[in-house]
Design a protein around this ligand. Sequence first.
Ligand code: UD1
Ligand code: UDP
Length: 385
Amino acid sequence: MKVLILFGTRPEAIKMAPLIKCLQRNSDVQSIVCSTGQHREMLDQVLQLFSIEVDHDLDVMTAGQTLNGLFARLLGRIDSLLDSTQPDCVLVHGDTTSAAACAMAAFQRGIAIGHVEAGLRTGDMAQPFPEEMNRRVVDVMARWLFAPTATSRGNLLRENLQGDIFITGNTVIDALDLVVEKLATEPETTQRLARRYPWLDGERRLVLVTGHRRENFGEGFRQICEALRTLGQRGDIQIVYPVHLNPNVRNVVLDLLCDQPNVHLINPLDYVEFVWFMQRAHLVLTDSGGVQEEAPHLGKPVLVMRNTTERPEAVAAGTVKLVGTDAQTIVQAVGLMLDDRDLYAQAARSANPYGDGKASERIVAALLARNFSPFQQEGLMLYKS
Ligand code: UD1
Ligand code: UDP
């Protein structure tokens, strides 16, 4: 089976990397690895980490790209690639413009589509924007729907889609487990990281922040920064914020927070570094999708600066709480988590609702029409075949 695997952003690369490795180990699969290059700088470190060689780089990124400009560039370049490589199927991930454009190009050529991380829904087309639309259109076109959890399978069933649904777990846990293992077994790596960040203060609890959602551009980010300025006044914490390279995020955050001594604004971290920071964090404050899946696996409470989430499993498990983007609400929620020991202890219980490290194996088995046991959320019987 000739499989073209496509990714273009940092989270897609992280989540597709273990699957690519798994496909490459299988002699029944001929894999073609394609990066759209939607993210330039943030991708390369992930590929290096997992020793992935890209066969085709579509190099679509431009500074300050618009969604339509990006979509148009993607569609043309992916179409030529499909023409020259003639795959039996394409695998796309999640909800990005890269995924939607690739699925559309494949569909119009009659090429089968596998959707990794299918079935996530907020039910609100404006949040996250445009991701909720992207993942819906990919699911409509897909032949294989790789749902990470029983909840995502339920969402797909309600939509009466034509593709076959498989519960696989999320490949992000496969990737995270590999990095956790690396950090546990390579003392030279952790020593190097400790040397690189000598200003990390072991006496103050670490609040790790990420934020980049399009619907938070403008007022949302101003509120988030105001909350961080207020929280930065506390002497018992230190805030570390690796700032996304999108100028709509970067310009506002650097402008509003650069003079705050207790808020460390740093460049995006490579994946090993970011996992190391998550392990050290007391609390994570984010609007990211992937971080909502990873932090619970590491037993770290997460406050999500959004009004909705397509990942309700960790909210139900009590490790994730939605706090929106109002500055006062964020300050209150962080304060509670820092000061109420019982609340913190409850939220800091490690939960694995998203995966068991075997999602990639299941996806390859499903593609090759082989039997496998679906992913089951710990302690729950979620799926009956
Ligand atoms: C994209 C995805 C989003 C995903 C996020 C992960 C879409 C619609 N959005 O949003 O779903 O959660 O990536 O990070 O696909 N830039 C660089 N270098 C990089 C990356 C970005 O300079 O390595 C800058 C460029 O100016 C680029 C801009 O960021 O034009 C925006 O990047 P883009 O991919 O359009 O959107 P994101 O907001 O990153
Ligand atoms: N991440 C990273 N370095 C950072 C911030 C995040 O490697 O500085 C990782 C994080 O662990 C997760 C992924 O990037 O796996 C999330 O990416 P992002 O927040 O950009 O996108 P989303 O998950 O919201 O689509």
